[in-house]
Design a protein around this ligand. Sequence first.
Ligand SMILES: Cc1ncc(C[n+]2csc(CCOP(=O)(O)OP(=O)(O)O)c2C)c(N)n1
Ligand SMILES: [Mg+2]
Length: 1026
Amino acid sequence: MTWFRAGSSIAKLAIKRTISQTGTYTTRKQTLLLPSQTRQFHTTLFKSKSAQSAPVPRAVPLSRLTDSFLDGTSSVYLEELQRAWENDPQSVDESWDNFFRNFVGQASTSPGISGQTIQESMRLLLLVRAYQVYGHMKAKIDPLGLETREIPDDLDPAFYGFTESDLDREFFLGVWRMSGFLSENRPVQTLRSILTRLDQAYSGPIGYEYMHIADRERCNWLRDRIETPTPTQYNSERREVILDRLIWSTQFENFLATKWTAAKRFGLEGGETLIPGMKEMFDRSADLGVESIVIGMSHRGRLNVLGNVVRKPLRQIFSEFSGGTKPVDDVGLYTGTGDVKYHLGTSYDRPTRGGKRIHLSLVANPSHLEAVDPVVIGKTRAKQYYSNDINRTKNMGILIHGDGSFAGQGVVYETLHLSGLPNYTTGGTIHIVVNNQVAFTTDPQAGRSSQYCTDVAKALNAPIFHVNGDDVEAVVHACELAAEWRQTFHSDVVVDIVCYRRFGHNEIDEPSFTQPKMYKIIRNHPSSLEIYQKKLLESGQASKEDIDRIQSKVTGILNEEFLASKDYVPQRRDWLSAYWLGFKSPEQLSRIRNTGVKPEILKNVGKAITTLPETFKPHRAVKKIFADRLKMIETGEGVDWAVAEALAFATMLVEGNHVRLSGQDVERGTFSHRHSVIHDQETGERYCPLDHVMMNQNEEMFTVSNSSLSEFGVLGFELGYSMENPNSLVLWEAQFGDFSNGAQVIFDQFLSSGEAKWLRQTGLVVLLPHGYDGQGPEHSSSRLERFLQMSDDNPFVIPEMEPTLRNQIQTCNWQVVNVTTPANYFHVLRRQLHREFRKPLIVMAPKNLLRHKECKSNLSEFDDVQGHPGFDKQGTRFKRLIKDQNDHADLEEGIRRLVLCSGKVYYELDEKRKSGENKDVAICRVEQLCPFPYDLIQRELKRYPNAEIVWCQEEPMNMGPYSYIAPRLATAMKALDRGTIDDVKYVGRAPSAATATGFYTVHVREQSELVQNALQSETLANPTLC
Ligand SMILES: Cc1ncc(C[n+]2csc(CCOP(=O)(O)OP(=O)(O)O)c2C)c(N)n1
Ligand SMILES: [Mg+2]
């Protein structure tokens, strides 16, 4: 390709000298200034480069510029145009008239292109292409002008052999199957005009990155909008709105700064144009059909967004700033722990410029940057489902990022990667980066390896608009364009607002400690408002009076709201969105309901979920599984885990709920047990029995979906999904529970504490396969101890346990269960929806119990018939504790040991007991670990008054439930005068750093030893370790 490097270096040097003197394109004859522009654009310079010598281009007659130059379609088009011109020269554009006159040798009004060579044409095209690809490298996007970027050679006309003398030559450029420069009905332009327009389009205050998108239609769409003949101009009405919004944004921060000088607010100063940008984006989105927007953002500018964009009442914001008062609820004191002001969420209906209304919700978020991203997307997706937004054009997610966190946090990538997945897509998220070019004290050079902080989005084929944050009209334009892109292509788009941070990371930080040079510049840098006002005044587009009028209006309102804030009393409990009306806070007792289902319904849905279409050809083994399942339903015996789960889902669907299960490989199930989607072995067609429980069932009503290989992103998504509507059972399953700590931030910051901090309930179910079966340290433990440690029930206080008064679960932050029977699993899932509040449920899910011959239930354990033999009179429901399966009376004085355990170790203990002489040992299963079932534990303590009390677990002593159980069991014992914590005897593995041994033989030995120990006839030492 070296021959493209045409043009002598001497000529280029000469040109460079001339240009550097004038700063404009010059020719010997004349000095031409660029057309007057409303914005500042870079000037294309011919750069001096030691170009290699190249063959001298040879002129080629136009007649030979045929298909080697134009593709087939273009030449046909040309011929048609020529015919039209021959018939009537007036019928074509003047430029075409000139073109054809030149072509046939007639006199024309322009010099013509008769000297154009094929090589020149191709080089010109390469130059245009280079601008499309690299033009952003030259764009003036940094308001501080700090960035020293090497402009690629590809943008230098001299690189392609063009010299100064070519500037006023006309070149043939058009008629390609492309938009923008290469498609105009204007075949010839001077090189000067081409360069000027390229600079205006690509190297002005917006740098466009989109050529990584491998889709001609999308690129053309953008080219159409970028390569416009003249830059966008807003009319006076729009300019006034933009000015008004920028004044609001700027004054809001100033006001807070003067009223609360020492308070942390993570102000937006330096990035104030975000607000007019967002508002215009929302207005444009509303014009294009968006009715509801879910917003996620971190600290920077959050209060400004809350006040000026979401329209949270300013008096409320100011009241919270002054320390606020805890919200007073009309029904109780359900106020939680609260959170700092810049984390709180809210939602409002906001009128738009176009006269519509748009619902905005800002999701509460923790300090953990970017953690809210997947939550917002999940909530958006749920809104789309509930509003039947099939095209995903009515509900949209918007995420606002910091430059440091967008580049650094992995969850950004995990979230972006959900965007195109059928069961996770939301039809495109708009990302705005408030790129203040610093992260706390860290410079971009230390904070990322990529050129831009937004490079991660290129993996998604998202267009990226880098815009100078000082240029409010450019910001507005980029934001509008993003809204149009999203509504047109239903995919992600990024607006990177390159700005600065006027003060420190927060208002009490000193930024010059670490960024002295930057802050020297910032100190003297005018605000974006000052810049805009000056521009409007100088161009006569606004008068001083206009500006003063808006300024004093805003000051007046801010002061009024400040005064009103002093008497502000928060009234409304705003966690109750429409769907949640009627749901109870912890002070309002929720009824305990049975979760059993009528036998005929069980049989009916059971049949639906076990029958496959006759023509469907499943795998042989799957066919047998389904035949066996049908038998379970028909005989009512031996119902296994997978069928119990499917029955729970099916019955909830019949009751009108939405059910959604997502996670890695959940369709088949990691352990090949679920088979909720089966595949025709000949056609590959999929069939999901749970989609056919009812006639004409909406396909999405039951959703089961394999997810991307992400924990943080997907769990966050499902959490957001679950929070939208309580009438849904949303479940996330980890491949193995061990991997769930990849989503630790979601567990810690949202799931365990979200209700306390933000008064938002969720009934999300998390299935974590857990259990010691010799698969080594990374496939055994869900870290049950951590979930229990995060539980907030007081270990030393027994709450009210009387069934009609009990609200233990309502006041606890979540539920942690380790269920051992299919029926109990069925009930615990159904319990999630059959109550008037929502609470997260952490399930230690089984692995080997999925096929364990003893781990079966009869259909009678699922039904609602009261008084089955062996069951409580209450009918069937979730059993928080399963008492000993031997037929023990209310008082068993002969039992010498009560072994309490949880999970699959029960079956091993039971088997051992059956094989030996241990009839004087009782074994009870604590199915619900948290909140602790004090009442049932005490019932069992009373049943066995002489028993030694043992906690047996298969996890190492520093793991598993032991540390949670011991103090609570002791509290229960103490209340009955049955001893203290010293009397809670531990039997299990010794403390360990790793969760489990990697040697199978060691596992087997340990496992049998701990079971043996728990049942040994001698009194136990405490602890008894293996
Ligand atoms: C996950 C996470 N890690 C670290 C922090 C601590 N922290 C708070 S703000 C901040 C810098 C953020 O920089 P950037 O994303 O550029 O946003 P900016 O504050 O500049 O707007 C850091 C590291 C955090 N909040 N979250
Ligand atoms: Mg930053």
